[in-house]
Design a protein around this ligand. Sequence first.
Ligand code: PAF
Length: 282
Amino acid sequence: MDVLADLTSLRERCRNWRAQGLTLALVPTMGYLHAGHLSLFDHARTLADRLVVSVFVNPTQFGPNEDLDRYPRDLERDTRLAAEHGVDLLFTPEAGAMYHPDHATWVEVPELAQGLCGASRPVHFRGVCTVVTKLFGLVRPDVAVFGQKDWQQLAIIRRMVRDLDLGVEIVGRPIYREADGLAMSSRNVYLTADERAQAPAIHGGLLRVQAALKAGEADAAKLALIFRAHLAEKLPGARVDYAEFVHPDSLGPVARLGAPTLLAVAVFLGKVRLIDNMLLEV
Ligand code: PAF
């Protein structure tokens, strides 16, 4: 596995592979890899001849009061795990190499970025879209793989790729969960032992809503109350940032569930904000 931090070398290596007629898959990450990331690598490996993974804690997707400085990092471990999972090229740039001091160009999909996580993280998706566009420009992958835990991110990237004709196939992969149901996230490491023990209640709440829907309740407001009541009972210290029913592609609000609908939630446990979601089949 090659490890490159330099943009020109990355572009050069990918260009050589393409010149040999090889196809490229890209999995962008912010590192601190867990089994969810590794499952993306394993799948991406089956989709193309060469697998490129980026590890870059992208500063432009963090707001001023967010966790950029304390975001967990362990490049040595990430490098070992990537090598073990068939990654051909690990790209690990510094922020100063990715962004010119007078960087002035942004990619935005405002219509899909205003609600859900965008409501409390106003610059987040602009930063994601911009860095993903830059990575696509450097690597020029045939296919890029993202996790469905960040469903809003995935929907926004799909729309961006379609609208800008970027010519990259976007593949979404199911949420990877711990044995007790907690969605895997690099941020789970912030949880105290108590919070970690209670956090699976978020997934429990999603399952509770799914069961209520199966039992015939299709009113989104009532289903949202069921989720909130479940959390109030099982996770009394938690604060629900949002629990919303939306169309899976447009992310527009759904009042009554008559077609597959995404239930997307964000919950604060202490200072840690966890997201999760479930695509509800009707
Ligand atoms: O999902 C993430 O880890 C990040 O938002 C991404 C896509 C790597 C962009 O920085």
